[in-house]
Design a protein around this ligand. Sequence first.
Ligand SMILES: Cc1cc2nc3c(=O)[nH]c(=O)nc-3n(C[C@H](O)[C@H](O)[C@H](O)COP(=O)(O)OP(=O)(O)OC[C@H]3O[C@@H](n4cnc5c(N)ncnc54)[C@H](O)[C@@H]3O)c2cc1C
Length: 469
Amino acid sequence: MGLVEDLQAAVGAGNVLTGPDSARYARDWMGRYEGQPVAVARPGSTAEVAACVKIAARHGVPVVPISGNTGLVGGTMTTGGLMLTLERMNRIREVKRDSRLVIAEAGVILTRLHEAAEAEGLYFPLWFGARGSAMLGGVLSTNAGGSNVLRYGSTRGLCLGLEVVLADGRMLNLMSELHKDNSGYDLKNLFIGAEGTLGIITAAVMKLVPAPKAHATATVAVRSLTDALTLLNRMQEATGNRVEAFEFMPRTYSERLREARPDLGLPFDPIPEVTILIEAATTVPTEAIPDDAGEIPLVTTLETILAELMEAGLVTDAVLARNEQQRRAMWERREAAAEISVGLHPEVDTDVCLPLDKVEPFLAEALRRLDALDPGARTLTVAHLGDGNLHFTAYPTRDEARLKDKVMETVEDVVAELGGSFSAEHGVGLSKLNSMARRKDPVALDVMRALKAALDPDNRMNPGKVIPG
Ligand SMILES: Cc1cc2nc3c(=O)[nH]c(=O)nc-3n(C[C@H](O)[C@H](O)[C@H](O)COP(=O)(O)OP(=O)(O)OC[C@H]3O[C@@H](n4cnc5c(N)ncnc54)[C@H](O)[C@@H]3O)c2cc1C
């Protein structure tokens, strides 16, 4: 039998898509990468995933997993490969309230995890714009970050256990509920952030936290990023590290937002150089229950700090969210970032991380060098400033591969000089292979190649991604 017939026998005829039926998986969210998979299979269980992997091996076809297809680095692109979508594996197996964890299959969409946790008075603290589509398998495979990393860490920090189908079709059961386990190599963490190059994640055990009882959210205009850090540190001290998000939107971002999404409005006129979205959250009743004046104490704390910093001249303006609707409006302005940046071309996307006190020097130097390299090039920056992660996108004046790579290299140079990383959140996929070749420690690359060869000797699992050459 041929590949398609074998797959149909394993997962059912209706769960093997070819031709036009597979088109929506073949193209990435940004429309930047478009491949041609030989077929898309929709396994409904771990055993079916294993069967598909074995069938692909028999036919000598690569396997490319796809979850929500919101990845931004071309990680799911394939021509000639078998795509495995985990969308049918969307069962939440169990929420354990007392041990604060959820056991779920890889095809569960993030918002469903949020809802399931909320139903038990808990919270799954991985939060970002694509939460309505991104799935557990995808966020684990990219070690996704998002807006709450400052307080809860990235996906890796939230994962206790993992189930993985290996390249030879065996199931690796690491579904631990333990917070500590020193019994040999930490295999789980090999697969997290591996972007499907080492195996297929089919299920996971994820930590939950108590659901916040109140939020304090504000949009703040500050003079500089140094002043912004003063605000962050003051609020962390005053609340015992309860700041959950600290997002940076420079003037150029607000201008582009006004142009592309006038319906969202802007909080300040004129637009300040630095706009910060700060959010703290508490589970402590004394901070969350309104006082006699009807004020939520956590909000009062934020208001008091903002007033102090305004008095000192560090904060120039601020708007507090007084209700959930105002809070959501603040977040909408920040979460429009992906939408407003993909509308512009040609683009060079970077996703860098810097020590917090080096973000300001990075921006000054990167802009200076970019201007020298390509006068007239534009940029758009938005950042999870609380963890030093910047989405710094450059728009060169010409759509030339050499120029675009030079722009990327220039940004990488500045990042390296300031002790940062060229890849902090979205993964490597196809789009950062050149950066990996240039910047990753050669010994680290050798170790990665050795691991890949040991786990996937025939180079069948998402080949050509993450590891250059
Ligand atoms: C509007 C928007 C906002 C975003 N904001 C953020 C953000 O704040 N922080 C952030 O980190 N990312 C962000 N992203 C990027 C993206 O959402 C994340 O990378 C997300 O983790 C991808 O999940 P997904 O389910 O869509 O995975 P996909 O895009 O389907 O896949 C991503 C990678 O994982 C591999 N993969 C998928 N499923 C599996 C599996 N089961 N086993 C093994 N490998 C697998 C794929 O082959 C691919 O290499 C954003 C994207 C958009 C569109």
